[in-house]
Write a protein that binds this ligand. Sequence first.
Ligand SMILES: Cc1cc2nc3c(=O)[nH]c(=O)nc-3n(C[C@H](O)[C@H](O)[C@H](O)COP(=O)(O)OP(=O)(O)OC[C@H]3O[C@@H](n4cnc5c(N)ncnc54)[C@H](O)[C@@H]3O)c2cc1C
Length: 298
Amino acid sequence: MKAAPFAYVRPSSLADAIAELAQTGGGGKVIAGGQSLAPVLAMRLARPDTLVDINSVEELGELARADGHLNIGATVRQRRVERSPLSQAVPLLRLALPWVGHRELRSRGTVCGSLAHADPAAELPAVACCLDAELTLTGPKGPRQVQAREFFGGAMTTALGPDEILTSVRMPVADAGEGFGFAEIARRHGDFALAGVAVRVQLHAQGSKATMTAFGVSDRPVTRDVSAQLAAAVTCAGAAPADRIKEQISAVVDEMTDTDGDVHASRDYRRRLLGILAGRELSKAYEHARRGSDEVGT
Ligand SMILES: Cc1cc2nc3c(=O)[nH]c(=O)nc-3n(C[C@H](O)[C@H](O)[C@H](O)COP(=O)(O)OP(=O)(O)OC[C@H]3O[C@@H](n4cnc5c(N)ncnc54)[C@H](O)[C@@H]3O)c2cc1C
């Protein structure tokens, strides 16, 4: 099948891109890497009357570290982030990126495009939620900030208005008392995950915190504070073995997994996968945080 006819515009400034999108009255769509949108158009699952290509908007190509954060603009490719020394400061992102499809797709696909697409089994929305990243949405009324955990409203549904562009995402840089973990199970490498988890453990003098975000098990990334469960799993020797954590978080894992399941995996199977992955990744992240090491998540 071929895409339904559409008009195509390629503005060179953000102001023009916003004006072009507004002019379509809700019938237009942004195209960034096109890795998700092109198949959607080809299958006629969407029939936008205009595509607003943002790839010539120079100001959206920023990848920079500032004020304790990594700022990633709307046209920054996933592969550029993966290869950039700047992203070493955000270990969870580095751990997750190799799991996003295949290298060839990441050479075109953008970080912001993956967030805007909001596939419930995608890796980067989970990373953004686990880190509580801040997204900037820009429309005719100017920019507004939305936290990642408020951004995802359901499968392929976000807080973006029809006249708004996700112009950047800001992710916090890790410090020495933090450890991270990321894992997923997919049928083949490069497929969307049946279940996956991103975790962050923060051990600071002021208090400790453990956060886990699950994906592939609900209609959006699901984030929970599991600090109490992790603390309860710590042994007298100060370790946090994966099986003890798995036991402690089992009720949370049950509650997080609310998918109906599909032909690839039932709800129960995904729940079991999530429990095992989360126990293992939280245990590793805790160890890394404890050591204050920067070899996080390896
Ligand atoms: C074979 C295959 C396997 C894949 N496997 C995975 C996988 O395992 N994990 C995974 O996460 N992804 C996977 N993907 C998707 C891929 O990673 C895409 O790159 C990503 O989901 C979308 O990024 P994009 O820049 O290509 O966005 P596009 O395809 O250009 O856009 C996707 C959607 O987001 C909107 N959009 C894009 N950018 C913006 C913006 N800045 N502001 C507002 N709206 C915007 C578009 O209008 C469209 O609705 C796969 C794709 C393919 C074809």
